[in-house]
Design a protein around this ligand. Structure first.
Ligand code: CUA
Length: 176
């Protein structure tokens, strides 16, 4: 074996400083991969997906569209669907009330420009793009009021876009 090939074997053929950085980088990839896997599968982090594509010109007026009557629908005990329209410059509905422990699948769309939908003190944060329906599932397991706000600058009334999820004790409230 020539001295050159021995040296190659020890250092992977690269400068030790560079090799250490390569090892560090690969280590970081492993750490990030692990964190993303734990967040996704153990902690329930979801990337808000594009549920369906819709025509933004008709999505709120077509009687066949659930967004023609935005609001909360009870699917079964403890299971709800919320259809929310984000438009300049308000949300419809402005208030969603569910009993504590409810799992709510939230669908949001926009008939005009891009908006956001972020629910305070939860990990719900979606971008709302005209022509698409954004969807996230969340279990509201704490009683309280969770305001939702627009997080994408959408025009002069951007700051006026807000609403609230009211999580109440079962039996309280009226519109369920
Ligand atoms: Cu809607 Cu900002």
């Amino acid at each position: 074996m020539s001295p050159t090939s021995e040296k190659t074997k020890e250092s992977m053929g690269v400068d030790p400083f560079e090799r250490n950085w390569m090892i560090f980088s690969i280590g970081m990839l492993v750490v990030f991969f692990t964190l993303v896997t734990v967040a996704g599968f153990a902690l329930g982090f979801q990337v808000p997906g594009v549920e369906t594509k819709v025509d933004p010109r008709t999505v709120t007026v077509d009687p066949a569209s659930p967004f023609s009557e935005p609001g909360l629908r009870k699917v079964s005990e403890g299971n709800y669907e919320a259809y929310v329209v984000a438009r300049t410059f308000s949300y419809e509905p402005r208030e969603i009330e569910v009993p504590v422990g409810s799992k709510v699948t939230i669908y949001v769309t926009s008939p005009d420009v891009q908006h956001g939908f972020k629910v305070q003190d939860t990990n719900i944060n979606m971008q709302i793009v005209p022509g698409q329906v954004s969807k996230l599932e969340y279990t509201f397991d704490r009683v309280g009021e969770f305001p939702y706000i627009c997080t994408e600058f959408c025009g002069i009334g951007h700051a006026a876009m807000f609403g609230v999820v009211k999580v109440v004790q079962p039996g309280e409230g009226g519109d369920q």
